[in-house]
Design a protein around this ligand. Structure first.
Ligand code: FRU
Length: 554
């Protein structure tokens, strides 16, 4: 019996292996594809003359939970053949149109982040290729355009004049025979050292990892139209260090121009830490050195200490927000401090922007937030400005939301007075806009100083969720060790950004920060009355309150 079942299964598998096929002359901008997580992933391929083949996996279903889309402008006028190893009736639902299916609801969804970047459809993770160029910030990102879970790694793309108002652009890098498109970075090759452009039209050059199950290799691509379309270098890969490290984990190239040496630097995570490579032309790379102790997504950048340009240190950074401070001579990074951490919680794989015109070191991180029930997952956190500050513990990274964020705030209430927790709660909750029943939960910013009178614990909740839990007895802040600059201080300053599905907290002007999922937005009962702000703690008072509404960026 088992055997005949097996034969039947194989027969069906073979039927699917024959692959259902759909051909169309491309006349419209988009393909709309129906997706359901009730079904398995099957191979889906796109072929047309003169366009690179694309092979991905998708959960196409004739009973879709939601629809995703693919920009097919590259196939315009051509015959596109789509094959699918899964059920034919699912493939037959796929159609071309000039609009994305359900376009009217995009950016208006119940759990859509309002002032954080998220993608219209599908999954996002790491920020990639962060760069300012010709008046625009470019944010590329790890993206699965075909469903709201990780896979098919593609580089998505968005542009913004101010790092807050983003326009999603068509994806730029798609999986190919070398692998799927893992994380990487972008530089402006203004002297055309790569030869990809001309003196008049120098290229943007991108370094990324192509990932296959057997190994990861480093590749480059370039753009001659300001980052909108990318061309892969035919000499890829430019680095294949699998044999040196006997490891498949060699990824996430971070490239920048090293001015004092007049050469390019590429920092690459390899097995147990970050390696440094150098190049004159972005194509030929020489291995120089390695620092143990990091995993994934390197970053390396100089910053003046306390703004003093005569005292510049280098920060070596890894995906989990840990960093070392040290010296860098263009080839070797020499740590001068142990590992430190300035941020925790949902943040991961953050990257800083190259070429920011006013010289700020701006970082953006990914948060794996589940905007439950939505056809998209993950978001970027607020862009923050990083600085190095002398602290009681030595030089440390400080992270604060970029100044542009203030343009989204409109005051709801403020008070300088010392208010008891009760008084603060009443004042804040009176000032909250009409809250409805959880639908379209408010976006808020609260700044306040919490003053303890006992060395015990105190904090703040919002709608029942703990945002701040400060224990002066244990010196813990939400479970992590925290000791203020003045070790005898009984005060803590908090700067809190509440979006529909995420919350970010910056403590003592950015000396420490953390991020989390906003719980209320997730499956909040339609009819429960939100509790609002609740300061708590024995005999505390709250000063310097400022509550703002945060405007939507969409
Ligand atoms: C970090 C990471 C990177 C990799 C990418 C793949 O989140 O694992 O190391 O390039 O995600 O999506």
């Amino acid at each position: 019996m088992k055997r005949s079942l097996c034969v039947i299964a194989t027969f069906f598998a073979l039927c699917f292996a024959q692959a259902a096929e759909l051909s169309m002359k491309v006349k419209c901008r988009y393909l709309n594809l129906p997706v359901s997580h009730e079904v398995e992933r099957y191979r889906l391929t796109f072929k047309a003359k003169g366009v690179d083949d694309l092979s991905v996996v998708a959960r196409l279903s004739a009973n879709p939970e939601y629809w995703v889309f693919k920009d097919i402008s590259a196939y315009e006028g051509k015959t596109l053949t789509i094959t699918f190893d899964g059920p034919e009736d699912a493939l037959m639902q796929v159609y071309q149109a000039d609009t994305i299916r359900d376009v009217a609801s995009i950016y208006r969804e119940r759990n859509r982040p309002q002032f954080h970047f998220s993608t219209r459809r599908g999954w996002i993770n790491d920020p990639n290729g962060c760069i300012w160029h010709n008046g625009q910030y470019h944010l590329y990102y790890q993206h699965n355009p075909f469903e709201r879970e990780w896979g098919n790694m593609t580089w998505g793309h968005a542009t913004s004049p101010d790092l807050l108002h983003w326009t999603e652009q068509p994806p730029v890098l798609f999986p190919d025979t070398l692998g799927t498109m893992f994380s990487g970075s972008a530089v402006f090759d203004k002297d055309n050292t790569s030869g990809f452009g001309t003196k008049k039209n120098p290229p943007l050059v991108y370094a990324y990892t192509a990932d296959r199950s057997e190994k990861e290799v480093q590749c480059i691509a370039y753009s001659l139209d300001g980052g909108m379309t990318l061309h892969k270098y035919e000499g890829n890969p430019v680095i294949d260090s699998h044999d040196r490290w006997q490891s498949r984990d060699t990824r996430d190239p971070r490239v920048f121009w090293y001015e004092p040496g007049g050469h390019w630097v590429l920092v690459l995570n390899e097995r147990n830490g970050h390696s440094i490579y150098t190049s004159d032309n972005l194509k030929d790379w020489t291995y120089r050195s390695h620092v143990n102790g990091f995993w994934e997504c390197p970053d390396l950048f100089p910053l003046p200490v306390d703004g003093n340009t005569k005292d510049v240190r280098w920060v070596m950074y890894g995906a989990s927000n840990t960093y070392m401070i040290g010296r860098f001579d263009g080839k070797v990074f020499t740590p001068e401090s142990g590992k430190h951490r300035f941020s925790s919680g949902a943040i991961y794989a953050a990257q800083t922007f190259n070429n920011v015109p006013d010289g700020r070191r701006i970082q953006i991180g990914w948060a794996n937030i589940d905007h439950r029930g939505m056809p998209f997952r993950g978001q970027m956190l607020l862009p923050t400005e990083l600085t190095l500050r002398s602290t009681k513990d030595g030089v440390r990274l400080v992270s604060k939301p970029i100044a542009e964020v203030a343009s989204l705030l409109s005051p709801l209430c403020s008070s300088k007075d010392a208010l008891s927790s009760q008084e603060a709660n009443v004042a804040l909750n009176k000032a909250l806009p009409q809250r409805g029943s959880g639908e379209g939960a408010n976006c808020l910013h609260l700044r306040a100083t919490l003053n303890l009178t006992y060395a015990t614990s105190a904090g703040l909740k919002f709608d029942g969720q703990t945002l701040v839990d400060y224990d002066l007895n244990r010196n813990t802040l939400n479970g992590q060790f925290y000791s203020p600059q003045d070790p005898t201080s009984l005060s803590l300053t908090m700067d809190i950004y509440i979006d529909r599905t995420s919350i970010e907290v910056f403590i003592d002007d950015g000396l420490y920060s953390y991020s989390m999922e906003r719980r209320r937005a997730i499956g909040a009962a339609q009819n429960t009355i939100p509790k609002g702000f609740e300061f708590w703690g024995s005999d505390i008072n709250v000063t310097d309150i400022r509550l703002d509404a945060v405007e939507s960026c969409w």
